[in-house]
Design a protein around this ligand. Sequence first.
Ligand code: FES
Ligand code: FES
Length: 159
Amino acid sequence: MHEVAVAMNVNGQRRQAMVEPRLTLADFIRHRCGLTGTHLGCEHGVCGACTVLVDGAAVRACLMFAVQADGREVTTVEALAGPDGELSVVQQAFRDAHGLQCGFCTPGFVVSLTAFLRDHPDPADDELRGALSGNLCRCTGYQGILNAARLAADAGRTA
Ligand code: FES
Ligand code: FES
């Protein structure tokens, strides 16, 4: 099988490997980097569970090939907490507002919301709803997640 060299920074760490061109960024992150916080639900761009940041932009890692991330900065949910394990504002809000049940969807929601609040620090409720509308959850009925998003937005504003 023809393989190509790929190199990127993942959570600030240089990662390089020979990969098949068809390897997705999600599989690269999970299987080559061992970062299994990036979840795979649908594997075709619908559920948002695989959301990561590429050069700061939220992207679906199942829809991107690893070779497309060559030379880029990738950030996964593992990097959101502080070095001492202190939860980020968004993670803490999900915890405090019970924004999860099984937790499978949670990394995608947390990464998506983190990017959104960075760019929209004072969102209205409908903007939060719109920002999270691309992430699916099979457990919560979404109200806890929206409460967490509101809490995170308010906490970020006063931080
Ligand atoms: S696994 Fe990527 S969007 Fe569902
Ligand atoms: S908490 Fe189970 S899928 Fe969202």
